[in-house]
Design a binder for this molecule. Structure first.
Ligand SMILES: Cc1ncc(COP(=O)(O)O)c(C=O)c1O
Length: 385
């Protein structure tokens, strides 16, 4: 079989890269040695249970039910929430399209809500306007690891009897008022895709404090069965294989360290970029007393249509600067049919102006220096103000 040739330079600093070491390799090898690749038992295999228990302690959640992707986590959560055909689910459009796809897969109707230009999370004032009698669930997405306004969302959800299901696929380790994102709603959904702060290659998890929902989620991930061939609710095969759980389990032990390096990188980047940010009117990501980031990505907004030019210059300098969610979900051909006439001004602005930079654990302080210098040089050269 021919191997794919990578077109990027080997010096390229990628936007993300899983931090995999000997520990993960050993654990995967032990799964193979035991020939225990997966199990359809209700509570999963040993490594699935280990991983769930570690994540439960980390999040301070009563239950964590692992599944095989973040998309599966969202889909299973919406099924567990009892979404019925035509129920409305409020979501931002400025997100990975999986958020919307999970809604449609569960039989719901996505209603797209605008985001705020300052942190790219759901805009509560627009959310208020979009709630109808058919609305059942709101999914705040903690995009780029930035926590959404959970107090305001919670208040509004209570007032309108909406369930909050968090899309915390990008925000493991981010906190709102010192509490982990993904633990505010009735359920919180996580992804362990290869680019995420904690990876299993592919994988996902749902956190919940409800015994009843945890029970239902375990059935949903396993064809609705409890003891085998006794399907009680609609379910699918959403189980996390032991091979993936082995990686996730070891990654859990390294999570604090990985987040520490991301923070070191992000703080250094902010320090180096701060003077240029002021001079050239660019917006760098800022934490607040209540919102602490996991620094999944370091996302910057540029003025005056300069973003694409800047991105190209950075890529020439071997920096994997990346534009995400352009087009946003509501402007993709499929969702233009599902949700026609959606108009979201801030979302469109973000899709045209923001750029993400790498701060993952393989990025060294020298790399951050290189990224900041390269960015400053292009800003000076283009005379952007
Ligand atoms: C915001 C968001 N939601 C959902 C997903 C879906 O996760 P997965 O790719 O694991 O299915 C992702 C990640 O890819 C994501 O970034």
């Amino acid at each position: 079989m021919a191997l794919t040739t990578h077109t990027v330079s080997s010096n390229m600093i990628p936007i993300n890269k899983p931090w995999i070491g000997e520990e993960e390799k050993r654990e995967v090898a032990s799964v193979l040695e035991e020939n225990a690749l997966t199990t359809a038992a209700r509570d999963g295999g040993r490594r699935v249970r280990d991983f769930e228990s570690q994540m439960k302690s980390y999040l301070k959640a009563k239950h964590v039910v692992s599944v095989n992707s973040g998309t599966a986590a969202l889909h299973a959560a919406l099924m567990a929430a009892g979404i019925k055909q035509g129920d409305e689910v409020l979501i931002p459009s400025f997100t990975f399209v999986a958020t919307a796809n999970a809604v449609v897969a569960a039989g719901g109707r996505p209603v797209f809500v605008d985001v705020k230009k300052d942190d790219y999370t759901i805009d509560v004032s627009d959310l208020k306007k979009k709630i109808t009698k058919r609305a059942k669930v709101v999914i705040p997405v903690h995009l780029y690891g930035h926590p959404s306004d959970m107090d305001e969302i919670g208040e509004l959800a209570d007032k309108h009897a909406l369930d909050v299901v968090e899309d915390a696929c990008q925000s493991l380790g981010s906190t709102y008022k010192k509490k982990q994102t993904g633990t505010f709603g009735v359920m919180g959904c996580f992804s362990m895709y290869a680019s995420k702060v904690l990876t299993a290659g592919e994988g996902g998890a749902v956190a919940t404090d409800s015994d009843e929902l945890a029970d239902r989620l375990k059935m949903i991930r396993n064809h609705g069965m409890v003891e085998g061939y006794d399907t009680r609710v609609l379910g699918l095969n959403l189980r996390l294989p032991e091979l993936s759980a082995a990686v996730a389990k070891v990654q859990m032990q390294k999570l604090d360290k990985m987040l520490q390096i991301r923070r070191r990188n992000a703080e250094l980047m902010s320090k180096l970029l701060f003077p240029s940010a002021k001079k050239h009117g660019i917006k760098i990501p800022e934490e607040t007393a209540d919102k602490k980031f996991n620094w999944y990505l370091y996302t910057v907004a540029f003025q005056n249509g300069s973003r694409d030019r800047i991105k190209n210059a950075l890529v020439k300098d071997n920096i994997g600067a990346t534009i995400y969610y352009n087009p946003p979900a509501h402007k993709t051909p499929y969702y233009m049919q599902v949700a026609p006439k959606t108009s979201l001004r801030a979302t469109d602005w973000c899709a045209d102006h923001v750029l993400s930079l790498p701060v993952h654990p393989y990025v060294s302080e020298a790399d951050i220096d290189h990224i900041a210098s390269s960015l400053k040089a292009v800003l000076e050269k283009s005379n952007i103000s």
